[in-house]
Design a protein around this ligand. Structure first.
Ligand code: AHR
Length: 493
């Protein structure tokens, strides 16, 4: 798997940036106005990459507004979210944020209201050493060294009618190839993501990917997928099986990309950047509608339950299982806006329930993903048909450790997991990895709760935390672990 699978997303939306990561004057803000309590949680989360600055926001964004002396930056209407953008945080603040968190930046260019010229000018500002207008401007702004940003999104959700400057597949495919080719002339060393469908339910899904790639196959490396899930009408079984939809989405995009490649007799493979995925209660924001054009209002501040966390874990399992073709992914988003980390202005920062499965996967899910032969009882769901109750994957880490990630989709009964380890050698008493052997008893942690609606809130920040199971050793080459009802589990040897 590619560590970029554990990416995240920071959009100029609501309080993601302002009073999320950036709050000059907060007691824990550093010299750049970044909240050190939030930076510490981001490091603990283990995300590897961050997509910026949008999202819907990018389709109306002028990157030039966010560089240079802060006091000279204009306030602008952000049409995507109908707020006012102060531009107190822009590109160089973002780059300082990535340097302090160790995150790889993934930048989106505006192909909604702008075109190829603005895209390659931004690229020159970021990646060119100097000697021309935009790169010299960066140096004049105090950033002598180029940023060296490798991964770029060619716009955002350009198939969506809600998007400023949305396009037909023909229009976008043509623009994407023109922008990509110009950008590669500035910097040949880029990886470029074309916009795929903003959801599998879009009426143009499939045809969109085919048409865009007919134009841009040569010029791009990845195509994006976006997917958000929520529990509807109390149908928890369908919700908990949301990963079935994500798998079908990935299969459909792989098939379509390979169809275009086959027609071209092209050995090149287009991989997937699943650069927006999460649980999102789109019809219920949980807070009153803000006044139009307010600055950094509370938007999309979903508070996540135990059930939501189990779904997030299951989606992570799918991303790992399909990491042969999904080589980048971004949990949308990082702070305050449908996020694993919440903050209060002037107050604390805390972990949502969804923080925990992501942190487990990002910490222990790096290495080689194994192909499992999973046998499981099944149950019927209204939306996804018959699905297995056990959803699992396993990763052989770079340190030799074996980690099984498993979700029990049964909301009322525990499930016994039996892992046949006979393909591995196992020494119960030897300490330390290194010779291809598994050692010691397995460590089991899980996230589950008698109240599946339990959440972490400002008043109860640690209401839901992972619990430790009993350490258990394999017997006769088989490891047996009981997965609690509706649970996310991490089992390590
Ligand atoms: O992540 C929230 C929004 O969802 C993004 O701005 C947009 O790309 C998607 O529709």
């Amino acid at each position: 798997m590619n560590p970029r699978l554990f990416g995240s997303f920071l959009e100029h939306l609501g309080r993601a940036v302002y009073s999320g990561v950036f709050e000059p004057g907060h007691p824990q803000a550093d010299e750049d106005g970044l909240r050190t309590d939030v930076l510490a949680l981001i490091r603990e989360l283990g995300t590897t990459m961050v997509r910026y600055p949008g999202g819907n926001f990018v389709s109306g964004y002028k990157w030039e507004d966010g560089v240079g002396p802060v006091e000279q930056r204009p306030r602008r209407l952000d049409l995507a979210w109908r707020t006012t953008e102060t531009n107190q945080f822009g590109l160089s603040e973002f780059m300082r944020f990535t340097a302090k968190t160790g995150l790889e930046p993934m930048l989106a260019v505006n192909l909604g209201t702008r075109g190829a010229a603005e895209a390659y000018e931004l690229l020159e500002y970021c990646n060119h050493p100097g000697g021309a207008a935009y790169s010299d401007l960066r140096r004049a702004h105090g950033d002598e060294k180029p940023y060296g940003i490798k991964l770029w999104c060619l716009g955002n959700e350009m198939d969506g009618p809600w998007q400023i400057g949305f396009k037909t597949a023909e229009e976008y495919g043509r623009l994407a190839v023109v922008a990509a080719k110009a950008m590669r002339l500035v910097d040949p060393d880029l990886e470029l993501v074309a916009c795929g469908s903003s959801g599998r339910g879009m009426p143009t899904f499939g045809q969109w990917e085919a048409t865009v790639l007919e134009h841009a196959y040569d010029a791009v490396d990845l195509i994006s997928c976006h997917a958000y899930y929520q529990e509807r009408n109390g149908d928890v079984d369908s919700f908990v099986a949301s990963a079935a939809d994500m798998e079908a989405f990935i299969d459909g995009v792989v098939a379509t990309a390979d169809y275009v490649g086959a027609k071209r007799r092209d050995p090149k493979r287009i991989n997937i950047s699943f650069d927006e995925w999460n649980v999102w209660y789109q019809e219920n924001s949980g807070h009153p509608e803000p006044e139009p054009w307010s600055v950094a209002p509370r938007l999309l501040e979903d508070l996540y339950s135990v059930t939501d966390a189990v779904v997030v874990g299951s989606l992570l399992i799918t991303l790992l299982r399909r990491s042969d073709r999904v080589t980048a992914a971004c949990l949308a988003q990082l702070v305050n806006v449908i996020a694993p980390i919440m903050t209060e202005p002037g107050g604390p920062a805390w972990r949502q329930t969804t923080f925990y499965p992501f942190a487990d996967a990002a910490r222990y899910g790096r290495g080689e993903v194994l192909r499992l032969a999973v046998e499981s009882p099944t149950h019927d769901t209204a939306v996804h048909g018959t699905v297995p109750l056990l959803h699992a994957t396993a990763v052989r880490g770079e340190d030799g450790a074996l980690t099984v990630f498993a979700v029990n989709r049964d909301t009322t009964r525990p499930l016994e997991l039996a892992v046949d380890l006979r393909a591995f050698s196992y020494s119960p008493n030897r300490g330390g990895p290194g010779e291809g052997e598994l050692t010691g008893p397995a460590q089991h942690t899980y996230l589950a709760d008698a109240d599946r609606h339990a959440k972490n809130t400002l008043d109860q920040q640690d209401r839901v935390t992972p619990k430790a199971g009993q350490p258990v050793a394999p017997d006769g080459g088989v490891l047996r672990v009981v997965l609690p009802p509706l649970s996310w589990n991490t089992i390590r040897l």
